[in-house]
Design a protein around this ligand. Structure first.
Ligand code: G3P
Length: 220
């Protein structure tokens, strides 16, 4: 499983990249707004993110009609070689994805909640599909079960192009564990979750006792 960071925060991306584990970044309009992002700075902000990782960086479109989405997608793709155009699953989004696919531009279809949505994204030429996990849990449904269904359904077919599943809306280490056990390609996680993935109380306790014992060695 590869790890993407789900953030538009440059410091978080820089820190995760320094750990040597960062394979890409996903952003969305909410994450950019959370950074106090201005419309005029959107493209340059994405370029700054692209400079921090060689991996794919998803920048999302906000248009609701295909021509507008395609135009935004072409502009985004021109920002850096590692930009992925992120487009919500909807009829106009599928049409735009098909056009961008035919132009050789990679698309990540987002806001994916069902198997049919993922299959349609794949058929439209999406290079990535992003099923949301945590938002199902928020409404008392099992987000992991939905993710597993999507991973299984997509693996049943050859779409004639590469497609990777990004577990999105990931809230916990258990989400990551379950996604990895089912063979999900990528988990995109908030920085807070990434930090939690490294931690375990037994690791902390073990380190503490190793260091305490090393003090005895040093003082012997
Ligand atoms: O970037 C899409 C997704 O990961 C958002 O997650 O936490 O807003 O449901 P969340």
């Amino acid at each position: 499983m590869k790890f993407f960071l789900d953030t538009a925060n440059l410091a978080e991306i820089e820190e995760a990249a320094s750990w040597g584990v960062l394979a890409g970044v996903t952003t969305n309009p909410t994450l950019y707004a959370r950074e106090g992002g201005k419309l005029a700075d959107f493209h340059s902000h994405l370029q700054r993110i692209c400079a921090l990782t060689d991996g794919p960086v998803s920048g999302e479109t906000v248009g609701l009609v295909r021509d507008e989405i395609v135009r935004e997608g072409i502009e985004l793709a021109a920002l850096a070689p590692n930009i992925i155009v992120k487009i919500p699953v909807m009829p106009e989004g599928l049409a735009a994805t098909k056009t961008l696919f035919e132009r050789g531009i990679k698309v990540n279809m987002t806001l994916c909640f069902t198997v049919p949505q993922a299959l349609l994204a794949a058929r439209a030429g999406a290079a990535y599909v992003s099923p949301f996990v945590g938002r199902f849990d928020d409404i008392s449904e099992d987000g992991i079960e939905h993710l597993a269904n999507t991973v299984t359904a997509l693996s049943n077919y050859d779409f004639g192009h590469d497609i990777e599943v990004i577990a999105a809306s990931v809230r916990s280490a258990n989400h990551v564990t379950q996604a990895a056990l089912m063979g999900c390609d990528i988990a995109t996680v908030p920085f807070k979750v990434l930090k939690n993935l490294v931690k375990h109380p037994l690791t902390d306790r073990g380190l503490e006792s190793f260091l305490a014992d090393w003090e005895k060695v040093k003082n012997s």
